[in-house]
Design a protein around this ligand. Structure first.
Ligand code: A3P
Length: 321
């Protein structure tokens, strides 16, 4: 469960008082720490503990996204891929059938370090599968200095925003009224979104992936949707566990994709009716899972505004949205 603000450490309470803040998407305020936005005061404690105590291992695999970029899908794909020998797809006992991907590949700052304490990693087998929403520059030094592999999943900012808006409304509904789309769109455009500005987050990992392609793999949600086989094989190659000819012949690539498909995961009992340990319902991570849903929501004014920002921010980067 999330901590209450008065349960935070003194270090955290003091730091909070110094941070710039804005109206929040989910809770009342969003705080700017090291240039990115933290959605809840209580998340800061997890971020600090992760930064101060995490010791990366060279074999670690760390998945990074901005929220609503398809993190749940990526977690499922990497888990199924890396553990394909241990957990084959025949039978009914694959962990993905009974656990939500967020329980199989936990967030560092949002789960393992959330209470500010050092977690027990003894039950993790190697390679450890972990995840984070942190911007590259704020990752602990031990991650930056290690040989661990980072997999970054990026999604078109328009769909990411719409997914985010739905998600925050679902979470807010329980205790406050929903936010209007215009209100949160303006915040998103100003860069005020969880772990954002969106563009800085994406561009930093994009640059790292170009500088060091053996350590950072940059994937796009839309590319996985369009050509899942090619992207899964790319992922396997990057993780140095490429599919053998035999595996390809036996249809393992397809089995992983089917297991991790939106249709399969979203219809499982665990994802329809159960909750994460943080109390969030698993079903909120599955909405439509499509490309281009933003067209059903954006007004002409919104299209023009975001097009302009995308043009400005990504110009010359080689990334197109
Ligand atoms: P939509 O709201 O557009 O449907 P995250 O996992 O980062 O929180 O992102 C959630 C988004 O990914 C949601 O997008 C959700 O529906 C989509 N998603 C979840 N599982 C998916 C899957 N297996 N395949 C494709 N998209 C998926």
């Amino acid at each position: 469960k999330y901590l209450q603000e008065d349960e935070l450490s003194e270090e955290c309470k003091k730091l909070l008082l110094t941070l710039p803040k804005e109206r929040g998407w989910i809770s009342s305020h969003i705080y700017n720490y090291q240039g990115f936005w933290i959605g809840r005061a209580t998340t800061l404690q997890g971020v600090l503990a992760f930064q101060q105590h995490f010791q990366a291992q060279d074999s670690d695999i760390i998945l990074v996204t901005t929220p609503k970029s398809g993190t749940t899908w990526l977690k499922a794909l990497v888990f199924a891929l890396v553990n394909r020998k241990e957990y084959p797809f025949s039978g009914q006992d694959h962990p993905l059938l009974v656990k939500n991907p967020h329980d199989l590949v936990p967030f560092l700052e949002l789960k393992l370090y959330l209470d500010g304490k050092v977690p027990d990693f003894s039950s993790f087998t190697s390679p450890r599968l972990l995840s984070s929403h942190l911007v590259y520059a704020s990752l602990p030094n031990s991650v930056q200095d290690s040989e661990s592999k980072l997999i970054y999943l990026c999604r078109n900012p328009r769909d990411t925003f719409i997914s985010f808006w739905h998600f925050t409304n679902t979470l807010r509904l329980h205790y406050i009224d929903t936010s209007s789309i215009e209100e949160v769109f303006d915040l998103f455009c100003k860069g005020v979104s969880l772990f954002g500005p969106f563009w800085d987050h994406v561009l930093d990992y994009w640059k790292k992936s170009l500088e060091n392609p053996k350590r950072v793999l940059f994937l796009m949600y839309e590319e996985i949707k369009e050509n899942p086989e090619i992207q899964l094989k790319r992922l396997a190659k990057f993780l140095e566990c490429p599919f053998s000819i035999d595996e390809e012949k036996c249809g393992v690539v397809d089995e992983i994709l089917k297991m991790c498909s939106f249709e399969n995961l979203s219809n499982l009992e665990v994802n329809k009716n159960e909750k994460l340990s943080t109390g969030v319902e698993n079903k909120v991570f599955f909405r439509r899972g499509e490309v281009g849903d933003w067209k059903n929501y954006f007004t002409t004014k919104m299209i023009e505004k975001l097009d302009h920002i995308i043009e400005q921010k990504f110009q010359g980067s080689g990334l197109r949205f």
